[in-house]
Design a protein around this ligand. Structure first.
Ligand code: 5RP
Length: 244
């Protein structure tokens, strides 16, 4: 039964991922997002490029760069093309204001730079990612430099103490160094660590985004506020498009 649910989820991701590619036009500079949902967009884009579509992409991660290479999607750089026409990317959580939590794949810093410099950002998700409030189901990823990371972690733990109606027991923020393969820290494409910050919920994402980025050692955090223009949601009833 679990296997069946996974298969269904893949279908919903594919639905959303492939739909976004309909927004791509000849001659565009594209931001190429990271993750399993946007991989469906990249594979579809590869087919269109094979059929003659002329675009150039800037990848948000080494992983996406590899997929783009496999698909013969031409790549470019910010130096050659400082402005991006359209970015297609995934997300870990999406709220009703189209604010996002991103960084499940650890690519949040490059993803945010690319989203910020894009004329339009389309997010592709399956319906499990649409939430009432950010931070309930998914820990907020924060990229930090290695130097002083343990103290940066301590500073981030204070962000659990939000002024709110709830008791402190309900609001606590726990911070974990992301690890891979046993005890090895996960290293981002920029050579940094990721601290995953688990909140009970994030009530003021706009404020929190700025406050976290004020802590020395923090490179960027996974709150994407006001950056998404449209979210394509793959659900059992089909595709739902959320926009501003
Ligand atoms: C990577 C990301 C991804 O876009 C996000 O984690 C969603 O991935 P998936 O589509 O595999 O669920 O932010 O840093």
């Amino acid at each position: 039964m679990y296997f069946g649910e996974d298969l269904e989820r893949e279908e919903l991701k594919k639905l959303a991922g492939e739909k976004a590619v309909e927004y791509v036009e000849d001659g565009m500079i594209l931001g190429l997002g990271t993750g399993s949902t946007v991989e469906y967009s990249l594979r579809k884009l590869g087919m269109l490029v094979k059929d003659g579509l002329k675009i150039k992409g800037i990848p948000t991660s080494m992983h996406t760069r590899r997929i783009a290479k496999e698909e013969n999607i031409p790549l470019t750089t910010f130096e050659e093309n400082p402005e991006i026409d359209l970015t297609i990317d995934g997300a870990d959580e999406v709220d009703s204001d189209l604010n996002l939590v991103k960084g499940g794949g650890g690519a949040l810093t490059r993803e945010k730079i690319i989203a910020y410099h894009s004329k339009k950002v389309i997010i592709v998700v399956d319906d499990s990612k649409v939430v009432k409030a950010l931070g309930i189901d998914f820990a907020l990823p924060v990229e930090v430099v290695k130097f002083g990371w343990a103290s940066t972690k301590k500073a981030l733990e204070q962000f659990g103490w939000q002024p709110a109606k709830q008791t402190l027991e309900e609001i606590g923020c726990t911070v974990e160094l992301r690890k891979v393969m046993g005890d090895e820290p996960f290293i981002t494409d920029n050579g940094n660590y990721i601290l995953d910050c688990e909140f009970q919920r994030i009530d003021n994402p706009e404020e929190l985004e700025k406050e976290i980025n004020n802590v020395p050692g923090v490179v960027e955090n996974g709150l994407f506020i006001g950056l998404a223009n449209e979210v394509i949601v793959g659900g059992k009833q089909g595709i739902l498009t959320l926009d501003r």
